[in-house]
Design a protein around this ligand. Sequence first.
Ligand code: NDP
Length: 465
Amino acid sequence: TTPQIGLIGLGTMGAALALNIAEKGFPIAVWNRTAQVTQDFHAAAGDLAGRITPTATLADLVAAISPPRSIILMVPAGPAVDEQVAALSALLGPDDLVIDAGNANFHDTNRRNAAGLPFRFMGIGVSGGEEGARHGPAIMAGGASADWARMAPVLQAIAARAEDGTPCADHMGPAGAGHFVKSVHNGIEYADMQMIAEVYGVMRDGLGMDAPAIGTTFARWNEGTLRSYLVEISGIVAQAKDAASGGPLLDVILDAAGQKGTGRWTVIEAQNLAAPIPVIEAAVMARNVSSRVAERAAGEAVFGPGPEPVTGLSTGDLEQALIAGKILCYAQGFAMMSAAGGEFGWALDMPAIARVWRAGCIIRSAMLNDMAEALAEDPGRNLMLAPFFADHLRLSLPALRKVVAAGALHGLSCPALAFGLAWFDAMRTARGTANMIQAQRDFFGLHGFKRLDGLDLPHGPWAKG
Ligand code: NDP
Protein backbone atom coordinates (compact mmCIF):
# COMPACT_ATOMS: atom_id res chain seq x y z
CA THR A 1 0.00 0.00 0.00
CA THR A 2 1.28 3.42 -0.99
CA PRO A 3 1.40 5.94 1.84
CA GLN A 4 -0.92 8.92 1.76
CA ILE A 5 0.95 10.46 4.65
CA GLY A 6 4.47 11.81 4.82
CA LEU A 7 6.59 13.25 7.60
CA ILE A 8 9.52 15.64 7.46
CA GLY A 9 11.96 15.87 10.37
CA LEU A 10 12.93 12.69 12.20
CA GLY A 11 14.16 14.39 15.38
CA THR A 12 12.90 13.49 18.85
CA MET A 13 9.25 14.31 18.13
CA GLY A 14 9.08 13.46 14.42
CA ALA A 15 10.57 9.98 14.83
CA ALA A 16 8.19 9.15 17.68
CA LEU A 17 5.18 10.49 15.79
CA ALA A 18 6.10 8.53 12.63
CA LEU A 19 6.33 5.27 14.61
CA ASN A 20 3.01 6.04 16.30
CA ILE A 21 1.32 6.66 12.93
CA ALA A 22 2.78 3.46 11.44
CA GLU A 23 1.77 1.48 14.51
CA LYS A 24 -1.85 2.60 14.12
CA GLY A 25 -1.86 1.05 10.64
CA PHE A 26 -1.14 4.04 8.40
CA PRO A 27 1.71 3.57 5.90
CA ILE A 28 3.99 6.59 6.03
CA ALA A 29 6.85 8.01 3.96
CA VAL A 30 9.56 9.89 5.84
CA TRP A 31 12.35 12.29 4.98
CA ASN A 32 15.01 13.97 7.10
CA ARG A 33 17.45 16.72 6.08
CA THR A 34 20.40 14.60 7.24
CA ALA A 35 19.98 11.40 5.21
CA GLN A 36 21.80 9.15 7.66
CA VAL A 37 19.14 9.91 10.29
CA THR A 38 16.47 8.52 7.93
CA GLN A 39 18.48 5.33 7.36
CA ASP A 40 19.11 4.82 11.06
CA PHE A 41 15.46 5.50 11.88
CA HIS A 42 14.23 2.94 9.36
CA ALA A 43 16.79 0.37 10.46
CA ALA A 44 15.62 0.73 14.08
CA ALA A 45 11.88 0.63 13.29
CA GLY A 46 11.65 -3.14 13.84
CA ASP A 47 8.22 -4.61 13.06
CA LEU A 48 6.99 -1.24 11.87
CA ALA A 49 9.69 -0.86 9.16
CA GLY A 50 7.40 -2.46 6.56
CA ARG A 51 4.91 0.40 6.88
CA ILE A 52 7.60 3.08 6.65
CA THR A 53 9.07 4.29 3.35
CA PRO A 54 12.41 6.05 3.87
CA THR A 55 13.22 8.64 1.19
CA ALA A 56 16.45 10.40 0.29
CA THR A 57 15.23 13.73 -1.09
CA LEU A 58 12.19 15.94 -0.66
CA ALA A 59 11.16 15.14 -4.25
CA ASP A 60 11.44 11.41 -3.45
CA LEU A 61 9.23 11.95 -0.42
CA VAL A 62 6.54 13.65 -2.48
CA ALA A 63 6.80 10.95 -5.18
CA ALA A 64 6.43 8.20 -2.56
CA ILE A 65 3.05 9.53 -1.36
CA SER A 66 -0.14 9.03 -3.35
CA PRO A 67 -2.22 12.18 -3.83
CA PRO A 68 -3.98 13.86 -2.19
CA ARG A 69 -0.93 13.97 0.05
CA SER A 70 -0.80 14.93 3.72
CA ILE A 71 2.69 15.85 4.91
CA ILE A 72 3.48 16.49 8.57
CA LEU A 73 6.31 18.92 9.35
CA MET A 74 8.14 18.23 12.64
CA VAL A 75 11.05 20.66 12.46
CA PRO A 76 11.99 23.56 14.79
CA ALA A 77 9.51 26.43 14.76
CA GLY A 78 10.39 29.52 12.75
CA PRO A 79 12.70 29.71 9.70
CA ALA A 80 12.97 25.90 9.30
CA VAL A 81 9.19 25.73 8.74
CA ASP A 82 9.31 28.58 6.21
CA GLU A 83 12.18 26.84 4.40
CA GLN A 84 10.27 23.58 4.12
CA VAL A 85 7.06 25.33 3.11
CA ALA A 86 8.99 27.12 0.34
CA ALA A 87 10.64 23.90 -0.86
CA LEU A 88 7.31 22.04 -0.86
CA SER A 89 5.63 24.84 -2.83
CA ALA A 90 7.40 23.68 -5.96
CA LEU A 91 6.39 20.05 -5.45
CA LEU A 92 2.80 19.99 -4.15
CA GLY A 93 -0.61 20.75 -5.66
CA PRO A 94 -3.82 22.36 -4.40
CA ASP A 95 -5.27 19.14 -2.95
CA ASP A 96 -2.13 18.35 -0.96
CA LEU A 97 -2.05 19.32 2.72
CA VAL A 98 0.95 20.39 4.82
CA ILE A 99 0.54 20.12 8.58
CA ASP A 100 2.97 22.04 10.79
CA ALA A 101 3.04 19.97 13.98
CA GLY A 102 5.88 21.86 15.71
CA ASN A 103 5.52 24.55 18.36
CA ALA A 104 4.88 27.41 15.95
CA ASN A 105 3.96 30.86 17.15
CA PHE A 106 0.29 31.10 16.13
CA HIS A 107 0.90 34.44 14.42
CA ASP A 108 3.29 32.61 12.05
CA THR A 109 0.61 29.98 11.40
CA ASN A 110 -1.93 32.73 10.65
CA ARG A 111 0.60 34.38 8.33
CA ARG A 112 1.31 31.12 6.47
CA ASN A 113 -2.41 30.45 6.12
CA ALA A 114 -2.95 33.89 4.64
CA ALA A 115 0.03 33.67 2.29
CA GLY A 116 -1.79 32.02 -0.62
CA LEU A 117 0.25 28.82 -0.56
CA PRO A 118 -0.15 26.45 -3.53
CA PHE A 119 -1.29 23.69 -1.15
CA ARG A 120 -3.58 23.40 1.89
CA PHE A 121 -2.06 24.20 5.29
CA MET A 122 -2.83 23.34 8.91
CA GLY A 123 -1.08 24.09 12.21
CA ILE A 124 -1.43 21.57 14.98
CA GLY A 125 -0.14 21.72 18.53
CA VAL A 126 1.22 18.42 19.82
CA SER A 127 1.90 17.97 23.53
CA GLY A 128 3.30 15.13 25.58
CA GLY A 129 7.00 15.15 24.80
CA GLU A 130 8.67 12.18 23.12
CA GLU A 131 6.71 9.60 25.12
CA GLY A 132 3.42 11.28 24.19
CA ALA A 133 4.34 11.54 20.53
CA ARG A 134 5.22 7.84 20.48
CA HIS A 135 2.27 6.44 22.44
CA GLY A 136 -0.43 9.11 22.48
CA PRO A 137 -0.08 12.91 22.57
CA ALA A 138 -2.78 15.54 23.04
CA ILE A 139 -3.43 17.26 19.72
CA MET A 140 -4.83 20.76 19.25
CA ALA A 141 -5.60 21.23 15.56
CA GLY A 142 -6.05 24.50 13.68
CA GLY A 143 -7.17 24.80 10.09
CA ALA A 144 -10.14 24.52 7.75
CA SER A 145 -12.89 22.15 8.89
CA ALA A 146 -12.52 20.09 5.70
CA ASP A 147 -8.80 19.59 6.41
CA TRP A 148 -9.52 18.62 9.99
CA ALA A 149 -12.10 16.09 8.73
CA ARG A 150 -9.44 14.67 6.40
CA MET A 151 -6.81 14.33 9.13
CA ALA A 152 -9.09 13.44 12.07
CA PRO A 153 -8.99 9.63 11.50
CA VAL A 154 -5.18 9.69 11.73
CA LEU A 155 -4.86 12.28 14.50
CA GLN A 156 -7.54 10.67 16.67
CA ALA A 157 -5.99 7.22 16.15
CA ILE A 158 -2.56 8.36 17.34
CA ALA A 159 -3.79 10.60 20.19
CA ALA A 160 -4.01 9.76 23.87
CA ARG A 161 -7.37 8.65 25.20
CA ALA A 162 -9.13 10.15 28.21
CA GLU A 163 -10.47 7.82 30.90
CA ASP A 164 -13.85 7.76 29.13
CA GLY A 165 -12.14 6.60 25.91
CA THR A 166 -12.44 9.89 23.98
CA PRO A 167 -9.36 10.67 21.86
CA CYS A 168 -7.50 13.78 23.02
CA ALA A 169 -7.35 15.31 19.55
CA ASP A 170 -9.80 17.95 18.41
CA HIS A 171 -10.31 20.84 16.04
CA MET A 172 -9.80 24.11 17.90
CA GLY A 173 -10.67 26.46 15.03
CA PRO A 174 -9.25 27.94 11.83
CA ALA A 175 -5.69 28.93 10.95
CA GLY A 176 -3.56 29.55 14.07
CA ALA A 177 -6.22 28.48 16.61
CA GLY A 178 -4.55 25.13 17.31
CA HIS A 179 -1.11 26.64 17.86
CA PHE A 180 -2.68 29.38 20.00
CA VAL A 181 -4.34 26.83 22.30
CA LYS A 182 -1.04 24.91 22.43
CA SER A 183 0.79 28.05 23.53
CA VAL A 184 -1.74 28.66 26.33
CA HIS A 185 -1.26 24.99 27.28
CA ASN A 186 2.46 25.67 27.53
CA GLY A 187 1.88 28.81 29.58
CA ILE A 188 -0.23 26.81 32.01
CA GLU A 189 2.50 24.15 32.00
CA TYR A 190 5.01 26.81 33.10
CA ALA A 191 2.60 27.90 35.86
CA ASP A 192 1.84 24.38 37.13
CA MET A 193 5.59 23.67 37.25
CA GLN A 194 6.35 26.97 38.99
CA MET A 195 3.69 26.49 41.69
CA ILE A 196 5.04 22.99 42.35
CA ALA A 197 8.55 24.48 42.58
CA GLU A 198 7.26 27.12 45.04
CA VAL A 199 5.72 24.57 47.43
CA TYR A 200 8.88 22.47 47.03
CA GLY A 201 10.84 25.54 48.14
CA VAL A 202 8.63 26.07 51.20
CA MET A 203 9.07 22.41 52.16
CA ARG A 204 12.85 22.54 51.62
CA ASP A 205 13.71 25.95 53.08
CA GLY A 206 10.73 26.70 55.30
CA LEU A 207 9.96 23.28 56.76
CA GLY A 208 13.48 21.83 56.47
CA MET A 209 12.38 18.69 54.64
CA ASP A 210 14.87 16.68 52.60
CA ALA A 211 14.26 15.78 48.96
CA PRO A 212 13.10 12.18 49.56
CA ALA A 213 10.54 13.36 52.15
CA ILE A 214 9.33 16.01 49.73
CA GLY A 215 9.11 13.31 47.05
CA THR A 216 6.90 11.08 49.17
CA THR A 217 4.72 14.12 49.96
CA PHE A 218 4.18 14.77 46.23
CA ALA A 219 3.49 11.07 45.71
CA ARG A 220 0.81 11.25 48.43
CA TRP A 221 -0.75 14.35 46.87
CA ASN A 222 -0.87 12.49 43.58
CA GLU A 223 -3.44 10.16 45.14
CA GLY A 224 -5.89 13.04 45.73
CA THR A 225 -7.32 16.17 44.10
CA LEU A 226 -3.89 17.10 42.69
CA ARG A 227 -3.52 13.83 40.74
CA SER A 228 -1.60 14.88 37.63
CA TYR A 229 1.40 14.04 35.51
CA LEU A 230 3.46 16.97 36.83
CA VAL A 231 2.82 16.21 40.53
CA GLU A 232 3.58 12.54 39.80
CA ILE A 233 6.93 13.26 38.12
CA SER A 234 7.79 15.80 40.83
CA GLY A 235 7.46 12.96 43.33
CA ILE A 236 9.70 10.76 41.20
CA VAL A 237 12.42 13.37 40.56
CA ALA A 238 12.51 14.42 44.22
CA GLN A 239 13.09 10.82 45.27
CA ALA A 240 15.76 10.14 42.61
CA LYS A 241 19.31 9.48 43.83
CA ASP A 242 22.37 10.93 42.15
CA ALA A 243 24.91 8.31 41.10
CA ALA A 244 27.86 10.71 41.39
CA SER A 245 27.22 12.17 44.85
CA GLY A 246 25.09 9.41 46.35
CA GLY A 247 22.68 12.09 47.60
CA PRO A 248 19.39 13.33 46.15
CA LEU A 249 19.66 14.26 42.47
CA LEU A 250 17.61 17.45 42.99
CA ASP A 251 20.26 18.79 45.37
CA VAL A 252 22.96 18.79 42.66
CA ILE A 253 20.89 20.38 39.86
CA LEU A 254 21.60 24.07 39.11
CA ASP A 255 18.57 26.22 39.98
CA ALA A 256 18.38 28.02 36.61
CA ALA A 257 15.42 27.05 34.41
CA GLY A 258 15.60 26.99 30.62
CA GLN A 259 12.80 27.88 28.24
CA LYS A 260 12.04 27.79 24.54
CA GLY A 261 9.75 30.81 24.69
CA THR A 262 6.24 29.41 24.36
CA GLY A 263 5.30 30.61 27.86
CA ARG A 264 6.59 34.06 26.97
CA TRP A 265 4.47 34.12 23.78
CA THR A 266 1.40 33.41 25.91
CA VAL A 267 2.19 36.28 28.27
CA ILE A 268 2.83 38.70 25.39
CA GLU A 269 -0.46 37.69 23.80
CA ALA A 270 -2.31 38.07 27.09
CA GLN A 271 -0.99 41.62 27.36
CA ASN A 272 -2.12 42.32 23.78
CA LEU A 273 -5.58 41.01 24.64
CA ALA A 274 -5.69 42.84 28.01
CA ALA A 275 -6.55 39.42 29.46
CA PRO A 276 -4.86 38.99 32.85
CA ILE A 277 -2.98 35.71 33.39
CA PRO A 278 -0.85 36.72 36.39
CA VAL A 279 -0.03 33.18 37.52
CA ILE A 280 1.51 32.41 34.13
CA GLU A 281 3.19 35.83 34.04
CA ALA A 282 4.74 35.09 37.43
CA ALA A 283 5.96 31.72 36.17
CA VAL A 284 7.69 33.25 33.14
CA MET A 285 9.16 35.98 35.35
CA ALA A 286 10.43 33.37 37.82
CA ARG A 287 12.21 31.42 35.05
CA ASN A 288 13.90 34.62 33.94
CA VAL A 289 14.92 35.44 37.51
CA SER A 290 16.18 31.89 38.02
CA SER A 291 18.71 32.29 35.21
CA ARG A 292 20.32 35.31 36.95
CA VAL A 293 22.45 33.03 39.10
CA ALA A 294 25.30 35.43 39.89
CA GLU A 295 22.96 38.36 40.57
CA ARG A 296 20.96 36.25 43.00
CA ALA A 297 24.13 35.26 44.82
CA ALA A 298 25.13 38.94 44.99
CA GLY A 299 21.67 39.76 46.37
CA GLU A 300 21.99 37.14 49.07
CA ALA A 301 25.45 38.46 50.00
CA VAL A 302 23.96 41.92 50.64
CA PHE A 303 20.52 41.04 52.02
CA GLY A 304 21.01 37.45 53.23
CA PRO A 305 20.64 35.03 54.78
CA GLY A 306 18.00 33.74 52.38
CA PRO A 307 14.71 32.08 53.31
CA GLU A 308 14.04 31.49 57.00
CA PRO A 309 12.39 28.49 58.66
CA VAL A 310 8.61 28.68 58.95
CA THR A 311 6.49 27.47 61.84
CA GLY A 312 2.79 26.74 61.95
CA LEU A 313 2.58 25.56 58.35
CA SER A 314 1.86 21.93 57.39
CA THR A 315 2.26 20.01 54.15
CA GLY A 316 -1.55 19.82 54.20
CA ASP A 317 -1.61 23.64 53.93
CA LEU A 318 0.76 23.45 50.97
CA GLU A 319 -1.41 20.84 49.25
CA GLN A 320 -4.48 23.06 49.66
CA ALA A 321 -2.56 26.15 48.50
CA LEU A 322 -1.50 24.28 45.36
CA ILE A 323 -5.11 23.26 44.69
CA ALA A 324 -6.25 26.88 45.01
CA GLY A 325 -3.37 28.19 42.87
CA LYS A 326 -4.13 25.66 40.18
CA ILE A 327 -7.82 26.56 39.99
CA LEU A 328 -6.97 30.26 39.79
CA CYS A 329 -4.35 29.66 37.09
CA TYR A 330 -6.74 27.67 34.90
CA ALA A 331 -9.54 30.20 35.48
CA GLN A 332 -7.17 32.85 34.08
CA GLY A 333 -6.04 30.67 31.16
CA PHE A 334 -9.57 29.85 30.05
CA ALA A 335 -10.64 33.49 30.42
CA MET A 336 -7.72 34.48 28.20
CA MET A 337 -8.77 31.95 25.56
CA SER A 338 -12.31 33.33 25.65
CA ALA A 339 -10.91 36.81 25.05
CA ALA A 340 -8.76 35.54 22.17
CA GLY A 341 -11.70 33.72 20.59
CA GLY A 342 -13.60 37.02 20.55
CA GLU A 343 -10.62 39.02 19.25
CA PHE A 344 -9.66 36.63 16.44
CA GLY A 345 -13.20 35.55 15.52
CA TRP A 346 -12.60 31.94 16.56
CA ALA A 347 -15.40 30.00 18.22
CA LEU A 348 -13.00 28.37 20.69
CA ASP A 349 -14.87 25.59 22.48
CA MET A 350 -13.73 25.78 26.12
CA PRO A 351 -15.08 22.38 27.26
CA ALA A 352 -13.49 20.76 24.18
CA ILE A 353 -10.13 22.33 25.07
CA ALA A 354 -10.36 21.02 28.65
CA ARG A 355 -11.29 17.58 27.29
CA VAL A 356 -8.29 17.51 24.92
CA TRP A 357 -5.98 18.34 27.85
CA ARG A 358 -7.28 15.46 30.00
CA ALA A 359 -4.69 12.97 28.72
CA GLY A 360 -1.48 12.80 26.70
CA CYS A 361 -0.26 16.32 27.38
CA ILE A 362 2.12 17.59 30.06
CA ILE A 363 -0.63 19.37 32.05
CA ARG A 364 -2.94 16.33 32.13
CA SER A 365 -4.66 16.01 35.49
CA ALA A 366 -7.71 14.65 37.25
CA MET A 367 -8.94 18.21 37.75
CA LEU A 368 -9.31 18.71 33.98
CA ASN A 369 -12.21 16.23 33.99
CA ASP A 370 -14.04 18.49 36.44
CA MET A 371 -13.02 21.59 34.50
CA ALA A 372 -14.43 20.13 31.28
CA GLU A 373 -17.74 19.51 33.09
CA ALA A 374 -17.84 22.95 34.71
CA LEU A 375 -17.09 24.66 31.39
CA ALA A 376 -19.75 22.58 29.63
CA GLU A 377 -22.35 23.90 32.13
CA ASP A 378 -21.55 27.49 31.12
CA PRO A 379 -18.56 28.12 28.82
CA GLY A 380 -18.75 31.91 29.29
CA ARG A 381 -18.58 31.87 33.10
CA ASN A 382 -15.23 32.34 34.82
CA LEU A 383 -14.15 28.91 36.03
CA MET A 384 -13.70 30.13 39.62
CA LEU A 385 -17.42 30.93 39.74
CA ALA A 386 -18.50 27.41 38.76
CA PRO A 387 -20.10 25.97 41.92
CA PHE A 388 -17.77 22.94 41.98
CA PHE A 389 -14.63 25.11 41.89
CA ALA A 390 -16.08 27.85 44.09
CA ASP A 391 -16.58 25.17 46.77
CA HIS A 392 -12.99 23.97 46.29
CA LEU A 393 -11.72 27.55 46.56
CA ARG A 394 -13.69 28.30 49.74
CA LEU A 395 -11.99 25.28 51.32
CA SER A 396 -8.47 25.89 50.01
CA LEU A 397 -8.22 29.71 50.11
CA PRO A 398 -7.32 29.95 53.83
CA ALA A 399 -4.32 27.70 53.19
CA LEU A 400 -3.27 29.74 50.14
CA ARG A 401 -3.38 32.91 52.31
CA LYS A 402 -1.33 31.18 54.99
CA VAL A 403 1.35 30.03 52.54
CA VAL A 404 1.62 33.38 50.74
CA ALA A 405 1.76 35.21 54.10
CA ALA A 406 4.43 32.83 55.42
CA GLY A 407 6.41 33.34 52.23
CA ALA A 408 6.21 37.12 52.60
CA LEU A 409 7.19 37.04 56.28
CA HIS A 410 10.05 34.59 55.95
CA GLY A 411 11.55 35.48 52.59
CA LEU A 412 10.34 32.48 50.58
CA SER A 413 9.66 33.66 47.04
CA CYS A 414 6.25 32.34 45.87
CA PRO A 415 5.31 34.70 43.04
CA ALA A 416 2.83 32.47 41.19
CA LEU A 417 0.84 31.63 44.32
CA ALA A 418 0.96 35.28 45.47
CA PHE A 419 -0.12 36.65 42.06
CA GLY A 420 -2.95 34.12 41.97
CA LEU A 421 -4.16 35.26 45.37
CA ALA A 422 -3.90 38.97 44.49
CA TRP A 423 -5.91 38.37 41.31
CA PHE A 424 -8.50 36.39 43.24
CA ASP A 425 -8.93 39.13 45.84
CA ALA A 426 -9.30 41.76 43.12
CA MET A 427 -11.83 39.57 41.32
CA ARG A 428 -13.99 39.21 44.41
CA THR A 429 -13.98 42.90 45.38
CA ALA A 430 -16.97 44.78 44.01
CA ARG A 431 -15.67 48.19 45.14
CA GLY A 432 -12.04 48.30 43.99
CA THR A 433 -9.44 51.05 44.16
CA ALA A 434 -9.23 52.27 40.56
CA ASN A 435 -11.33 55.30 41.53
CA MET A 436 -8.02 56.65 42.87
CA ILE A 437 -6.33 55.96 39.53
CA GLN A 438 -9.15 57.65 37.63
CA ALA A 439 -8.91 60.72 39.87
CA GLN A 440 -5.13 60.87 39.33
CA ARG A 441 -5.56 60.50 35.55
CA ASP A 442 -8.12 63.28 35.54
CA PHE A 443 -5.85 65.50 37.66
CA PHE A 444 -2.81 65.29 35.39
CA GLY A 445 -4.43 64.60 32.03
CA LEU A 446 -8.11 65.57 32.27
CA HIS A 447 -9.01 62.03 31.19
CA GLY A 448 -12.39 62.27 32.93
CA PHE A 449 -14.19 59.71 35.05
CA LYS A 450 -17.59 58.11 35.44
CA ARG A 451 -19.42 58.82 38.71
CA LEU A 452 -21.27 56.33 40.87
CA ASP A 453 -24.22 58.74 41.23
CA GLY A 454 -24.69 58.95 37.45
CA LEU A 455 -24.26 62.76 37.35
CA ASP A 456 -22.60 64.15 34.22
CA LEU A 457 -19.71 65.84 36.06
CA PRO A 458 -16.68 64.05 34.56
CA HIS A 459 -13.91 66.20 36.07
CA GLY A 460 -12.63 67.21 39.50
CA PRO A 461 -12.26 70.79 40.81
CA TRP A 462 -8.79 71.04 39.18
CA ALA A 463 -10.42 71.30 35.72
CA LYS A 464 -10.56 74.97 34.83
CA GLY A 465 -13.35 76.44 32.75
P1 NDP B 1 14.84 17.94 17.30
O1 NDP B 1 15.91 18.96 17.48
O2 NDP B 1 14.94 16.65 18.01
O3 NDP B 1 14.66 17.62 15.75
C1 NDP B 1 14.59 18.63 14.80
C2 NDP B 1 14.38 17.99 13.43
O4 NDP B 1 14.17 19.03 12.48
C3 NDP B 1 15.54 17.16 12.93
O5 NDP B 1 15.01 16.08 12.23
C4 NDP B 1 16.27 18.14 12.02
O6 NDP B 1 16.95 17.49 10.96
C5 NDP B 1 15.11 18.89 11.43
N1 NDP B 1 15.47 20.22 10.95
C6 NDP B 1 16.04 21.23 11.65
N2 NDP B 1 16.18 22.31 10.87
C7 NDP B 1 15.70 21.97 9.65
C8 NDP B 1 15.57 22.66 8.42
N3 NDP B 1 15.95 23.94 8.31
N4 NDP B 1 15.02 21.99 7.38
C9 NDP B 1 14.64 20.71 7.50
N5 NDP B 1 14.75 20.00 8.65
C10 NDP B 1 15.26 20.64 9.70
O7 NDP B 1 13.47 18.71 17.66
P2 NDP B 1 12.14 18.14 18.35
O8 NDP B 1 11.72 16.89 17.66
O9 NDP B 1 12.30 18.14 19.82
O10 NDP B 1 11.11 19.32 18.02
C11 NDP B 1 10.46 19.46 16.77
C12 NDP B 1 9.29 20.43 16.95
O11 NDP B 1 8.40 19.89 17.90
C13 NDP B 1 9.70 21.80 17.50
O12 NDP B 1 8.86 22.79 16.95
C14 NDP B 1 9.43 21.67 18.97
O13 NDP B 1 9.24 22.90 19.61
C15 NDP B 1 8.18 20.82 18.94
N6 NDP B 1 7.87 20.09 20.17
C16 NDP B 1 8.86 19.45 20.89
C17 NDP B 1 8.55 18.77 22.05
C18 NDP B 1 9.61 18.05 22.83
O14 NDP B 1 9.29 17.60 23.96
N7 NDP B 1 10.82 17.88 22.32
C19 NDP B 1 7.16 18.72 22.56
C20 NDP B 1 6.20 19.36 21.70
C21 NDP B 1 6.57 20.03 20.57
P3 NDP B 1 18.54 17.12 11.03
O15 NDP B 1 18.59 15.71 11.52
O16 NDP B 1 18.99 17.26 9.63
O17 NDP B 1 19.18 18.10 11.97
